[in-house]
Each structure stands twice: as structure tokens, then as C-alpha cells.
Design a protein around this ligand. Structure first.
Ligand SMILES: CC(C)(COP(=O)(O)OP(=O)(O)OC[C@H]1O[C@@H](n2cnc3c(N)ncnc32)[C@H](O)[C@@H]1OP(=O)(O)O)[C@@H](O)C(=O)NCCC(=O)NCCS
Length: 243
């Protein structure tokens, strides 16, 4: 940190035509970025203590559960949440999407009679975001797939879009991926149209591959190449997605 401050002082006190200072200042400002933040979101690792939150995601509405998974709908309970958490832990990156504590309406604080120190307000979990890991023998293709869920009461406020853009930047800029897939079910048109608006290309529909609510529906597959991300969001533009 001290070295960074020194670079910044050098850069600001010297003539800006000095290329080495310009490079160091750029490095310093890049080093200060926090890749686990986007404009409004905190992205943090999934923990065993998240199981109750993960369980709540499967229980708020069965629609959301069925929009997120191809599995036959069975009550998930604690075991389902644990198995989802274990799946996320095996992902390339499997994280909880949170709102900063300042956005939490009523942070938990100690009562005046309590001896324990006031509890620090914690970020509020609102969803999950993951990028699938590929086995070592497939890693050279540099492909991954996004999975995203936003809790029902936080949907429709742009958080899902922001989390997907965060995941794309992480995949292309930090994990050096070549393409990122995202899948949706034909009946969930709101989801796949959203992904198209974010720049994913509709690449295929597996006709009548999914049974849902009494009828067969298509499975919809979309993808984004690194070059497409670069043209739309890359480098300077991508940085603007982050805090
Ligand atoms: C799909 C999902 C990730 C989108 O995140 P979000 O934060 O709700 O979406 P945003 O606010 O960024 O964008 C809103 C758009 O998402 C689309 N959308 C899809 N499903 C939606 C839902 N259940 N609620 C609100 N918007 C939804 C709409 O087209 C909406 O666009 P509009 O405002 O023009 O109508 C989220 O709604 C979700 O997790 N839904 C339940 C599970 C699911 O459908 N998962 C998709 C798996 S592929």
C-alpha cells in the first residue's frame, strides 16, 4: 500500500508527460480496484452458513425454482440447499450476491442491556452467481457457463443484469475465458430475452427438450465470445461496471 501511495504521489507531482509515472499511476489505480464489487453489489464466497439463505431461494416460489433448474420439482429442504452449496463450491467461482450493509433497512444491533459489543451490520444476500468449472481435460477450450438466481423480492431491479455483467468481466478479464454460455428454458422468455439484451447470441433451441407444467418446451442456449464482450464492454468500458 505504501508503495502504491508513493507511485501516486510521484505521478501527481511530476509532469504527466513522464511515461513511467503514467504507467505506475495506471498500475496503482488498477491495483486499488476491488473485483468483488460492482456498482451496487458485493460478490462474496458461498459459506456453509448460507444454507438457510439458499434454502429460502428454493422456497419463495416454485416458479423461480423451476425456472432455475431442470430437476423434477421436489421439496428441497436443508439437504437440497447443502447440495446446491456443495455444487457452487466446486464451480470455477460460486458466489453469493449481496447488497452492502448500508442498503440494509434495519441492521442488527445490540440491545442497551446486552454485554456483547454491537454487531457490525452485514451485507444482505440477494442471490447467487456461478461460473461452471470444466474438467482439466476440457480446460483448453476456455469455455464456461453462468448460473444466476436473484431472490424473488429483489428481482426486476437490475441486480441480475449487474451480476451477469460482473460474471462476464470476471470470466474474460480475470479467468481468460474464450466463451461464456448461459442457458434458459423456453417458457422463461423474460430470462433469455434479458440475456440477449445483455449481448448473448441465441445459438440454439433444443426442441421440446424440457417438460414443464404439463407441456414440452424448448431448451434455449446462448453464448458470448470474448471478442463480442470486448467490443461491447471490454477494458475501459468493462471497468465502468465495477466500483
Ligand atoms: C432471471 C433473473 C436472473 C433476472 O434477474 P433480475 O434482477 O430479476 O433482472 P433485471 O432486473 O436485471 O432485468 C429485468 C428483466 O429481467 C427479465 N426477467 C426475467 N425473469 C424475471 C423475473 N422473474 N422478475 C423480473 N424480471 C425478470 C425481464 O425481462 C426484465 O425486463 P423488463 O424489466 O424489461 O421486464 C431473475 O429474475 C431470477 O433469478 N429469476 C428466477 C429464476 C430464473 O428465472 N432464473 C433464470 C435461469 S436461466
Amino acid at each position: 500500500m505504501a508503495a502504491i501511495a508513493r507511485f501516486e504521489r510521484q505521478a501527481s507531482s511530476s509532469n504527466t508527460t513522464n511515461p513511467s509515472c503514467t504507467i505506475l499511476a495506471t498500475m496503482a489505480s488498477r491495483t486499488r480496484r476491488n473485483i468483488w464489487r460492482s456498482k451496487r453489489l458485493i460478490i462474496r464466497p458461498v459459506e456453509p452458513s448460507d444454507d438457510a439463505f439458499l434454502q429460502s431461494l428454493t422456497e419463495e416460489t416454485t416458479d423461480d425454482y423451476q425456472n432455475s433448474t431442470p430437476f423434477v420439482p421436489v421439496p428441497q429442504g436443508a439437504a437440497g440447499a447443502k447440495s446446491f452449496r456443495e455444487f457452487m463450491e466446486k464451480c470455477l467461482v460460486g458466489c453469493i450476491i449481496c447488497l452492502p450493509a448500508s442498503n440494509t433497512p434495519e441492521p442488527e444491533i445490540a440491545t442497551p442491556l446486552s454485554d456483547s459489543p454491537p454487531k457490525k451490520p452485514v451485507p444482505t444476500p440477494i442471490g447467487t452467481i456461478s461460473l461452471m468449472a470444466t474438467e482439466a481435460k476440457l480446460a483448453h477450450h476456455r469455455n464456461t457457463e453462468i448460473g444466476v438466481t436473484i431472490a424473488t423480492s429483489y428481482q426486476g431491479q437490475g441486480y441480475g443484469s449487474e451480476a451477469v455483467l460482473w460474471a462476464l468481466e470476471w470470466a474474460f478479464r480475470h479467468a481468460n475465458m474464450h466463451r461464456v454460455d448461459i442457458r434458459a428454458f423456453g417458457w422463461n422468455e423474460g430470462a433469455w430475452k434479458l440475456y440477449e439484451r445483455l449481448g448473448f447470441v441465441l445459438e440454439g433451441r433444443k426442441r421440446e427438450a424440457m417438460w414443464y407444467d404439463g407441456a414440452y418446451h424448448d431448451a434455449v442456449e446462448l453464448g458470448m465470445l470474448r471478442s463480442e464482450w470486448q467490443a461491447r464492454y471490454g477494458e475501459a468500458k468493462a471497468g465502468s461496471q465495477s466500483a
